[in-house]
Design a protein around this ligand. Structure first.
Ligand code: ADP
Length: 252
């Protein structure tokens, strides 16, 4: 969350009866579009829209790590770079890494490390780059969803998929997949990422929280996030299937 929730609270109304500012129900995701394999040069890639977020993920590797002293003799080294384009937000963002993007890159890498079978590739590296072209809250979750698809597209062996979505508290109500207004003016923002294996949520790979919620609200957030994640997971799988079906048709 980029601005102070306390200051901004009550400035705009976010909930109207059983609907939200953009007309969604409390448990409704934004529109999601996922396309795998959009970049020719990368080993794996993905284009993803989640509401007004637009992100592109590119995966390179497994490949030799340079400089060599960064190699690990027993497993692959995973690197993840979350980057916001200067034109991705309303006011131009200063280009380059900042504290926020370093933090997001770290927690996202840790989430993906839970699924990538690193032990199969000693001394090698897997680089995951995710560029945010347009941001509208939940960009870290959109990036993780895209990165997960790009890793599968690259053929990186994984124990499951990582699927990510946030829940916010807006005007005292828990809402799934908050957009910018709910993130800015709401009371809390809780991004989740889950490890999904065999079509089932196996564990939590990322959980952050900005703001305050009660125990019951956290339980409700968890329930909403799990529901949202299963819907996103289905779309991730569909995008991967679509890419491979079109490839096999092309190859006869
Ligand atoms: P996330 O995008 O994962 O929700 P934050 O909660 O930190 O991450 O950011 C919420 C939203 O605030 C972003 O999606 C973006 O729209 C906006 N934002 C973040 N950083 C900046 C920035 N440096 N300048 C302008 N807007 C920003």
């Amino acid at each position: 969350m980029s601005e102070s929730n306390e200051e901004k609270k009550d400035e705009i109304q976010l909930i109207f009866g059983d609907k939200r500012l953009d007309g969604r129900r409390f448990d409704e995701l934004r529109n999601i579009k996922i396309e795998a394999g959009i970049l020719k040069r990368a080993d794996g890639s993905c284009y993803l829209e989640m509401g007004k977020n637009i992100v592109v993920a590119a995966v390179y590797g497994p490949r030799e790590v340079h400089p060599r002293h960064l190699q690990n003799p027993s497993k692959a080294v995973i690197r993840y770079r979350y980057n916001m384009a200067p034109f991705s937000v309303e006011e131009r963002k200063r280009p380059g890494p900042d504290r926020r993007s370093v933090e997001i890159s770290k927690v996202s890498r840790e989430a993906l490390e839970a699924v990538i079978m690193k032990e199969l590739f000693p001394r090698s590296g897997i680089d995951i780059f995710v560029e945010v072209l347009q941001a509208d809250a939940g960009s870290r979750t959109a990036c993780l969803n895209a990165a997960s698809v790009a890793l599968v597209d690259a053929g990186v062996p994984m124990k499951g998929m990582i699927t990510s979505v946030a829940v916010a508290k807006a005007d005292g109500v828990m809402v799934l997949d908050p957009m910018k207004e709910e993130d800015n003016y709401g009371e809390a923002d809780i991004p989740f990422a889950f490890l999904i294996r065999g079509g089932k949520i196996e564990s939590i790979a990322l959980l952050q929280m900005d703001g305050r919620v009660t125990k019951d609200e956290l339980r409700e957030a968890f329930k909403l996030a799990k529901k949202g994640a299963m819907e996103i997971y289905k779309l991730q799988k569909e995008a991967i299937m679509k890419k491979y079906i079109s490839e096999s048709v092309e190859n006869g």
